[in-house]
Design a protein around this ligand. Structure first.
Ligand SMILES: Cc1cc2nc3c(=O)[nH]c(=O)nc-3n(C[C@H](O)[C@H](O)[C@H](O)COP(=O)(O)O)c2cc1C
Length: 180
């Protein structure tokens, strides 16, 4: 499949088969993350693999809304960043997160991003702090995202050309829309 076809086909998957992701595939997902470009090649990311059902359940409670599907997901990758290593760790960790998602799609797996940075667990605790406590994450690391991965229960409708918002594209001046 060409890259553009892969991009059309990648949809967020939140329902998975009750089937583990093989360890060689987990390795390949992490390889994709480790190959991500990063500002000044600082590589401020780290990846915490979660595949124990009890721990996945803990992950599913990270957020009041938006993380519950992780309870029935066979694999999750917590993407951590080091603000001390890079002022643009958010961008670097976002790229690593997306590459993991694209690699998942290319291996026939589904995935979904769960936002952790800037999100709350409850009225008192941030989602990051909640995860820090449950997964012994050191104080100098921040959590950007959790990428849930597994075998798709169903294929979702791929994007089509009708989904593309060409109005967002301009040429040479913001006043001038690009027409292809
Ligand atoms: C930065 C970011 C944060 C997201 N956070 C969540 C989330 O917390 N929970 C969730 O279920 N999906 C989350 N998503 C998935 C989006 O809802 C999804 O990508 C969007 O609706 C477009 O659908 P698609 O991925 O199928 O193209 C997030 C995606 C991104 C890029």
């Amino acid at each position: 499949m060409s890259m553009i076809d892969l991009l059309y086909h990648r949809r967020s998957t939140r329902k998975f088969l009750d089937k583990p992701v093989e360890v060689d595939k987990v390795k390949q997902l992490i390889t994709a993350g480790l190959l991500a470009p990063s500002s000044k090649n600082n590589r401020p990311w780290e990846f915490l693999i979660v595949d124990e059902p009890e721990k996945l359940k803990v992950l599913s409670y990270s957020r009041h809304y938006g993380s519950s599907f992780l309870a029935n997901t066979p694999l999750a990758i917590i993407v951590l960043g080091s603000p001390e290593k890079s002022d643009v760790w958010v961008e670097d960790c976002s790229l690593a997160s997306l590459l993991i998602q694209l690699e998942a799609e290319s291996m026939g797996l589904g995935s979904c991003w769960v936002q952790i940075r800037s999100r709350s667990h409850d009225e008192e605790l941030s989602a990051s702090e909640y995860l820090r406590r449950h997964f012994d994450i050191p104080a100098d690391k921040e959590v950007l995202s959790i990428i849930g991965v597994g075998y798709k229960e169903q294929e979702r409708r791929p994007r089509t050309e009708q989904d593309l918002v060409w109005d967002k594209v301009r040429r040479n001046s913001y006043d001038s829309k690009m027409k292809f």
